[in-house]
Structure formats: structure tokens, C-alpha cells
Design a protein around this ligand. Structure first.
Ligand code: AMP
Length: 283
């Protein structure tokens, strides 16, 4: 397993693999890797001969008020995780390697980015689409792996790959959770003991929503009201959104008559956490 910092080094390595006829999977991450990231590496390893993990805290997907500076970073720890799970190359560039002086080109998307996280983070998906496009152009993978934990991001990347004719298969992988239900996230490290306990309202609400859908409830408001009730009971929790949207367009729906995404963002103290489920995964 190798760690490289430059685009040239990635290209040289991938070219060598290509001349050997090997397939390549890409797992884009912002580092501080946990079992959720590890599951993506394992999925890539199952499908591809070689796996590249990008490890880059992408500054342009953070708004000025967000946690770019405090976002946890530990490349040595990440290297161990990638090694353990069989990744072949870590691409860990400095911001100036990805955004050279004079950088002015961005990939943007409408519709899918106008709901859910796009409302409270209006420049976020432009940053995500831009960096993922760049990573796709740098690595030129056969397949790229994204977690359903970031469900809107997955939908956006799938749409981008389709709209821009990127010849890359986008694969969504299940949410990996802690044993008590909390979705694994690098941001969970921000939580103190009390907040960690309070954060369980997200997964509790998700499991409640799943049970409602499984029991045949089709009225989205009824499902969402029950979920919100659980969250509102927790004094440390503040709802950003809890919504049901069409899984492809991310537009809100009132009746469960298609594949839907039920998604939430909730502040626990100052930490913003997300969780969700797709109805097609449970029905
Ligand atoms: P991040 O480093 O948080 O940007 O995440 C990198 C990738 O890992 C994204 O595709 C995430 O959706 C995915 N991911 C993060 N947490 C989890 C999780 N708990 N389960 C599955 N995938 C995850």
C-alpha cells in the first residue's frame, strides 16, 4: 500500500495497472476513516483488481461558518485502516495540489441539490461535484463507491455521472452503524458523552420510520410526525430537517407511491448529524 500526494503519481500508478489489464475502484473520502469507509474499501476490493482511496478534506465543500479547520485528520491512522482492508493506494493531496492558483472551474447541479442538505448548505454540492469530477478525471476508475449514509450525495453523484456521460459505475453501499444504532461518522468525535447519548435520537427516529413504512403507512406526514416526535423529546437535539423525498429527484413527496428517501439532519449541540433510509431497501 502506497500513499501519494500528487496527481502525477496517481496517474503513473493507475497507468501501470491499466497496462497490466487491471480494473480500478475508487473510494472518495475526507479521511479519519472508520468502519463505514472500510466497508466501501471492501466493496471495491470485491469488484476490482485495485482500489484507490482518496483522503482529502475538500475545502470548497465547506461554507466559511463550517468545520473545515476542526475536521479531524490523521493520515497515519487512515493508512492503517486502508492497509488492513486491502486498499492499494491512498491519494492524500494538499489543497494547493487540487486547486492550483487561478482555479475557477466548478461543476454545479440544480434540482437535486435544492432540497435537504442543499437548503442549509447551499454551496456544499457544488464543492462535492467539483472534487468528485476531479477525482474521476485523475483516477479514471471503472467503479466508484459512496455510502448511503450521505444519501443525497449518492443521488447527486449518480445524476452527475449520468448527465455528464462519465463512464464510471457509481455504487451505493449500506450505512454502517455503531452497536447502539448511531450511524458511524467522522463527526461523531465532536460529541461529548451527553451528546453521544442524545445523538441516538437520529437512529431511533430512522428505525421508527422504517417500522411505519413496513407496517404499510403511506402518508408521509404521519411517518415524519412520529419520527420528529422522537427527536423533539431530546432537549439537546435541534431539527434542521426531517423529510421524505423522491429518491431520484430529491423533491418532497406526500404519499409513498415510489422509491423514496427519508432523510434527516439534526444538530446535537453544535454538531450537525445526518441519517436516513431508502424505502426500496426495506420493502
Ligand atoms: P466522508 O469521509 O465522511 O466524506 O465519507 C466518505 C464516504 O464514506 C462517503 O461516500 C460516505 O457516504 C461514506 N460513509 C461515511 N460514513 C459511512 C457509514 N457510516 N456507512 C457507510 N458509508 C459511510
Amino acid at each position: 500500500m502506497k500513499i501519494v500526494k500528487t496527481i502525477d503519481e496517481v496517474r503513473t500508478q493507475v497507468k501501470e495497472w491499466r497496462t497490466q489489464g487491471l480494473s480500478v475502484g475508487l473510494v472518495p473520502t475526507m479521511g479519519y476513516l472508520h468502519e463505514g469507509h472500510a466497508s466501501l474499501i471492501e466493496a471495491s476490493k470485491r469488484d476490482n483488481d485495485r482500489t484507490v482511496v482518496s483522503d482529502f478534506v475538500n475545502p470548497i465543500q465547506f461554507a466559511p461558518t463550517e468545520d473545515l479547520e476542526s475536521y479531524p485528520r490523521d493520515i497515519n491512522r487512515d493508512a492503517q485502516v486502508v492497509e488492513e482492508h486491502g486498499g492499494d493506494l491512498i491519494f492524500n493531496p494538499e489543497p494547493k495540489e487540487m486547486y492550483r492558483d487561478g482555479f475557477v472551474t466548478f461543476v454545479d447541479m440544480s434540482v437535486l441539490t435544492e432540497e435537504l442538505c442543499g437548503l442549509s448548505r447551499p454551496t456544499h454540492f457544488r464543492g462535492v461535484c467539483t472534487v468528485v469530477s476531479k477525482l474521476f478525471n485523475i483516477v479514471r476508475p471503472d467503479r466508484a463507491y459512496f455510502g448511503k449514509k450521505d444519501a443525497q450525495q449518492l443521488a447527486v453523484i449518480k445524476r452527475m455521472a449520468e448527465d455528464l456521460n462519465m463512464d464510471i459505475e457509481i455504487i451505493g453501499c449500506p450505512i454502517v452503524r455503531e452497536s447502539d444504532g448511531l450511524a458511524k461518522s467522522s463527526r461523531n468525535t465532536y460529541l461529548n458523552e451527553e451528546e453521544r447519548r442524545a445523538a441516538l435520537v437520529l437512529s431511533k427516529a430512522v428505525f421508527c420510520g422504517i417500522n411505519e413504512v413496513k407496517s404499510g403507512q403511506k402518508n408521509c406526514k404521519n411517518i415524519l410526525d412520529k419520527m420528529k416526535g422522537i427527536i423533539l423529546n431530546e432537549p439537546l437535539a435541534k431539527i434542521d430537517y426531517v423529510k421524505m423525498v423522491d429518491a431520484k429527484t430529491m423533491r418532497q413527496i406526500e404519499t409513498l407511491d415510489r422509491n423514496a428517501l427519508c432523510a434527516m439532519a439534526v444538530y446535537i449541540g453544535k454538531t450537525r448529524l445526518i441519517d436516513n433510509f431508502f424505502t426500496e431497501d426495506i420493502l
